[in-house]
Design a protein around this ligand. Sequence first.
Ligand code: 5GP
Length: 194
Amino acid sequence: MTERKRQKMKGRLIVISGPSGVGKGTLVKRLLSECKKLKLSVSATTRKPRSEDAEGVTYFFKTKDEFRSMIDESAFMEWAVYNDNYYGTPIAPVKEKLAEGYDVLLEIDVQGAMKVMEKCPDGIYIFIAPPSVETLRERLTGRGSESSEQIEKRVAAAEEELKLQDKYSYVVVNNVLDDAVEDIKKIIEGKDLL
Ligand code: 5GP
C-alpha cells in the first residue's frame, strides 16, 4: 500500500475529557450510536465495576498487579491515577482502529489527555464542562453510586480539571444534552459551530 493511500484511510483521534458526573457517558453513547465512523477506545481500570458497567464494553477491569504488568509491558498509550485507581488506554486497539480508517474516541481524564496531546498534537481535543460546579455535585449525588466523601473528592478533582479546559481545542458546556451532542458532532464533522 502506498503511503498516500494509507494516510487517506487513517482515522482521527478524538479525545473527550471533563469532570466526573458531567454527563460524558451519556454523550459518548449518543455519539457512538449516531456517528458510524466512530469507535470507542475501551480503557482498563482498577476501580470496582458499577451496576451500569460491563467487562470489555465500558472498561476492562483489572487488579492493581495486572494493571502494573500492563504498564511494564508498555501496553498503554497513556495511563493515570484518578481517585486512587489506575486508568489507562490500551494502545494496540487504538492503532488498529485508526489504521482501519475509523475515528477513535478516547474518554479520558485531563492528565491522560495532556499526555496524549504531547504525542498526538493533530488530535481533536474536546472538554465537556458542567454549567456550574453545583450542578455537578447534584448530578454526582443523584447517581447514588458513591459516598458523600467520594463525591467531595470527585468535586475537588473537577475543580482542578476545570482549570485545564483552556488547553483543549474545544469546550462544550453540557447544559442541554441534545445541544451538546449536536455541538460535538459538528466539531467531529469539521463544521463551524455558528
Ligand atoms: P469513572 O470512574 O467515573 O468511570 O472515570 C473516572 C475518570 O477516569 C473519568 O474522568 C474518565 O474520563 C477517566 N478515565 C477513564 N478511562 C481513562 C483512561 O484510560 N485514561 C485516563 N487517563 N483517564 C480515564
